[in-house]
Design a protein around this ligand. Structure first.
Ligand SMILES: Nc1ncnc2c1ncn2[C@@H]1O[C@H](COS(=O)(=O)NC(=O)[C@@H](N)CS)[C@@H](O)[C@H]1O
Ligand SMILES: [Zn+2]
Length: 478
């Protein structure tokens, strides 16, 4: 792909930058001939593999991973539709097997409550069967009518991690919600993506949930992206799907449930938060290639240089790094451009004069070139990787701080949400909420915001002036 024409647009023109970097850094091929469906390039898939490896590591502490079927029979799906009115407008239907019409239409899962919960009704008999903490990472299908966009709004969500838990009481389900939020915070900390966690307003919660806690981040253009949600489902689904257990007194009790999901939006956030005008910047932990070695080939001494390069590669691989030697017949500058675009944190050049005592190291976008004593290479690389990761995190934290504004005057609202997220005081009345959304042409994102970036002290409602208004986030979202 290095012969691609033109250069990456400025990140300030975020929409063009985002579309361009997806193919220029070989993340996703958007040419698949179905709207809202995209193809993972192998390099992009390497990022996904590591990002979801972290997610599995965190969930596997106390969840079990499994797989439920993709196809959901209409009667089960319609139980949700009539009780909970969730996804009937977004669901795809399979109506034929070959040329034979199916006697029962099958839904492609938009999310898997109606596939999983009839099975949970069979799995749960007694108190002893609880809690269940199960997740799956699957593709799901949603007939999105809003603007589709790779990694952000797909019709086939290729990397849909959905956890579905079952508990004896509402309170136990609530503590599971808190557990899930902490796990999501830890996940995004590992990706160096700062998040704003808040409680969605009642009119925007997940269909069938008691409440929804959302994990948002702020994209480079100031709009928010919902990169995770945790839902307390109460006993709504257990009543619809008869998931009951016999309690210690021999009585049948309805279970209380939670579900929480993350999709490839996590990767959209990773790319968008850390990338810059020169290309991707990836936290080393999820970079498919962490170090590229560029041998500076001089005629006559090619042998020695290649030998030194392979020796260096082996040493770094033994230290646990993912290393590549770039032996392509390209000018060094073209090689640098190629790997910089792909967010490889660290480059080592090794040439004939460096053979015995030093290697020239370049750290992506932060330092110039510096010669490293060959003997210290591992400790120096370890140090540089940590420094580099901190630079990413500091930039990301500054970005959030610079795009989150306390707003006290109605007149400042629309200007603020055109560049970031406004934090206002809201009395909690729906009319004031409607007014806030009307004036700002943005949405109420949430209340009970878990952040120390803004003062949580109550104040007068920005619309009606009533005292004791709660801090509420307002913003435009993807
Ligand atoms: N069309 C889509 N494309 C990409 N990601 C999506 C799409 N729709 C939702 N998501 C992501 O998937 C997450 C979970 O979706 S959800 O509808 O909020 N929640 C559920 O489906 C629940 N069953 C929890 S798994 C969302 O927070 C959002 O980050
Ligand atoms: Zn008010």
């Amino acid at each position: 792909m290095e012969e691609q024409e033109g250069t990456l647009p400025q990140k300030a023109d975020f929409s063009s930058w985002y579309n361009d970097i997806l193919w220029r850094a070989e993340i996703m091929d958007v040419r698949y001939p179905v709207k809202g469906l995209y193809v993972w390039f192998p390099f992009g898939f390497g990022i996904r593999k590591r990002v979801y490896g972290i997610l599995r590591e965190l969930l596997d502490r106390d969840h079990e991973e499994t797989l439920f079927p993709l196809l959901i029979p209409e009667p089960e799906f319609m139980k949700e539709a009539e009780h909970i009115k969730g996804f009937e407008n977004e669901v795809y239907w399979v109506t034929h097997g070959g040329t034979t019409p199916l006697d029962v239409k099958l839904a492609l899962r938009p999310t898997s409550e109606t596939a999983i919960y009839p099975m949970y009704a069979l799995w749960v008999r007694s108190h002893a069967d609880l809690p269940i903490k199960v997740y799956q990472i699957v593709n799901t299908f949603r007939y999105e009518t809003k603007h589709t966009r790779p990694l952000i709004r797909l019709r086939e969500i290729t990397s849909f991690k959905e956890a579905h838990t079952v508990h004896a009481t509402w309170d136990e389900a609530e503590s599971q919600v808190e557990d899930a939020i902490a796990r999501y915070q830890e996940f995004y900390d590992r990706l160096n993506i700062p998040v704003l966690i808040s409680k969605r307003p009642d009119w925007d919660k997940f269909p069938g949930a008691d409440y929804t806690i959302a994990v948002d981040t702020i994209m480079p253009d100031g709009r928010t992206l919902q990169i995770g949600t945790v839902h307390h489902l109460g006993d709504h689904f257990s009543k619809t799907f008869s998931i009951q257990y016999e309690d210690t007194k021999g009585e049948q009790q309805y279970c209380h449930q939670t579900c929480y999901g993350i999709s490839e939006r996590s990767i959209a956030a990773l790319i968008s938060m850390h990338g810059d005008d020169l290309g991707l910047m990836l936290p080393p932990e999820v970079a498919p290639v962490q170090i590229v070695i560029v041998p500076v080939i001089m005629k006559k001494r090619e042998e020695e240089v290649m030998q030194a390069a392979t020796q260096l590669e082996a040493e770094l691989q033994n230290a646990g790094y993912r290393v590549k030697i770039d032996t392509r017949d390209l000018r060094p500058g073209a090689k640098y451009y190629y790997w910089e675009m792909r967010g490889v944190p660290l480059r080592l050049e090794i040439g004939p004069r460096d053979l015995d005592n030093s290697v020239v190291m370049s750290v992506l976008r932060t330092g110039g070139k510096e010669p490293l004593p060959r003997a210290d290479i591992i400790s120096e690389v370890n140090r540089k990787m940590k420094e580099y990761t901190n630079v990413l995190l500091e930039h990301a934290q500054a970005h959030i701080q610079n795009h989150l504004f306390m707003v006290h005057e109605e007149s400042e609202l629309s200007n603020t949400v055109s560049k970031g997220v406004a934090a206002v005081h809201w009395c909690g009345n729906r009319e004031c909420a409607d007014r806030i959304e009307e004036i700002s042409d943005a949405s109420i994102l949430g209340t009970e915001v878990r952040t120390d970036l803004i003062d949580q002290k109550r104040g007068n409602c920005i619309i009606c002036g009533k005292p004791d208004g709660i801090v509420t986030l307002v913003g435009r979202s993807y």
